[in-house]
Design a protein around this ligand. Sequence first.
Ligand code: GLU
Length: 514
Amino acid sequence: MSNNRPVRVRFAPSPTGPLHIGGVRTALYNYLLAKQQGGTMILRIEDTDQNRFVPGAEEYIKQSLKWVGIEIDEGPEQGGPHAPYRQSERKPMYAQYAFDLVEKGLAYYAFDTEEDLEQMRKRLEASKMQPAYDAVSRMSMKNSLTLPADEVKAKLENGDPYVIRIKLPRKEEVRFHDIIRGWVVVNTSTMDDKVLLKGDGMPTYHLANVVDDYLMQITHVIRGEEWLPSAPLHVMLYRYLGWEEVMPQFAHLPLLLKPEGNGKLSKRDGDRLGFPVFALEWKDPSTGEISSGYRESGYFPEAVTNMLALLGWHPSGNQEMFSMQELIEQFSLERVSKAGAKFDLNKAFWFNQQYLMQKSPAEVYDMIQPLVEAKGWDTCREYVEQVVVLMREKVRFAKEIVEQGTYFFETPEKYDDEVIKKKWKEETNAHLLAIAKGFAGLAENAQAAEYEQVFKDYCENAGVKSGELLQPLRLAVSGEGVGAPIWEMMSLIGRDFIVPRIELATTKISFPKA
Ligand code: GLU
């Protein structure tokens, strides 16, 4: 087959809407193989179905690929030796292959009207047969196999509408090897004579896809499992067109499943469980409906690629964090499993946090600076970068540093009721005031350890367990029961703010008597 040819792969989306993360994963696996093998990554836009065309979708797809770091070598933007890379612009190339097959007796003209087809379906259904246009039923339809040659000629000359259908053998095994699934065997008796060329002269997906893969010298067809049922037909087309020698190797990727594991991950699951299923935010041009995207939700592209790489592919060791370069080095189609991969939201969060931890405080500052500014807070780099260092272990997204770190910038106005109920005693306020007095004796820029020492000493002298006062103290300073490491937080906010905050809290919080 195609073993000795330079690796050429393609991502071939139809611009019918936003790019599902399953599509991003397909593109990623193609890209990883191409890069690893020193091959070529092609983007081919499969837009032969004009009815399903959605404005903006192609641009969206390109943006999505760019965002996750997938570089295209040949495509509509880049050009290349097989341009154009948009099927609608390649339209004149396809018909000749369909006519060629008719000539060889491997395809035929079909003149059936919608009503004819409907009647056939009804007839076959009534006799409990598969309602398909196939090797059996075609013999009772209006096509160039059943009509006399002169009638066919007259119809064609007359410009009667027709389609061209592949002529499949009645009972024959089609076998092909899928890198992920092993041998796939399908009998043509279960297949139908698919349309290759439509009435409007446009090729169907099947014809255009196979012709382009051949012309573009594709060596590996890596695509979603939903295309597996089409593969036997494609294999037949390679055979009929005389291209079996250069037929690409197939690899059909497992589905991305719902978190519960039952069924394909859909947009509705995303809405239901609160995660994006699209790479970027998408505004539906006809309804105006907005669907969330990974980018806008605050995910790092590296986290998305890392997560997607592992949804289907299993590396040989236990490593979970992979840079794009490491993925390129280690990826292999042989280690992609055929079982569906369950989407795991917590894992997505985990990856994002890992990448957040890897960023320098300066990088994170640049990301969140506009958010800090929008809050009307001081954007002093030195201060905010320290907030980043204290907060990033506690959050999943950079923006949460701002959302959950208000107390670094403002005196709390509210205090978590749960903590008050659980922790406040009659003498708590008195203890806190005494501790505040201790803090007041520290330098304005006292270190974390100094705050801690004052607190410990006080607890010891007063004979109170530190556990009794630690959370109340945090609450008084931040309004929250949990958050950044407490002593580092105090040191950063500084004595001049800490002391008044504690005093204020004792006037606002009282022992819940009820
Ligand atoms: N146009 C098809 C799609 O939208 C391509 C399938 C394939 O890769 O062959 O996914």
